[in-house]
Write a protein that binds this ligand. Structure first.
Ligand code: AMP
Length: 117
């Protein structure tokens, strides 16, 4: 396991974060540089560096991440107004941290899913 991964340090409480939720599978905390009024990241407690590392053995983690995200949207009361869930994978997506993470974005109208390239 890569101990230098910043999300791993957050999960293990070696560096501070605004923790929102934690269970045996996932940890969720506020994004340090929020792109919406609500911007929370859900990460697996085990290191999986990108979505391209998902396989038959570890695929259930995606269910735990999405279910935690759905529960969190209810906790922070954006489930009715709406929200967007995003996962980036590898360089063309702009993935910065090599530890899969699900972005929960909400708290205002988010506009189109992508601006025109
Ligand atoms: P991505 O571009 O999909 O890899 O997203 C990485 C996200 O991690 C970005 O939205 C960053 O703002 C966020 N981020 C980076 N460092 C931290 C940190 N220490 N605590 C919380 N969020 C962070």
């Amino acid at each position: 396991m890569n101990q230098d991964n910043i999300f791993q340090k957050i999960i293990n409480k070696k560096i501070k974060s605004e923790l929102i939720y934690q269970d045996q599978y996932v940890t969720a905390f506020k994004d340090l540089f929020p792109k919406a009024p609500i911007h929370i990241l859900v990460v697996p407690n085990i290191l999986i560096t990108s979505l391209d590392e998902i396989n038959q053995k570890n695929k259930k983690i995606l269910m735990y991440m999405y279910y935690a995200a759905i529960k969190i949207t209810r906790m922070v009361k954006i489930n009715i107004s709406g929200y967007r869930l995003i996962m980036n994978c590898n360089p063309d997506s702009g993935q910065e941290i090599q530890h899969i993470h699900l972005h929960i974005l909400g708290g205002q109208y988010l506009g189109p899913i992508l601006s025109k390239i």
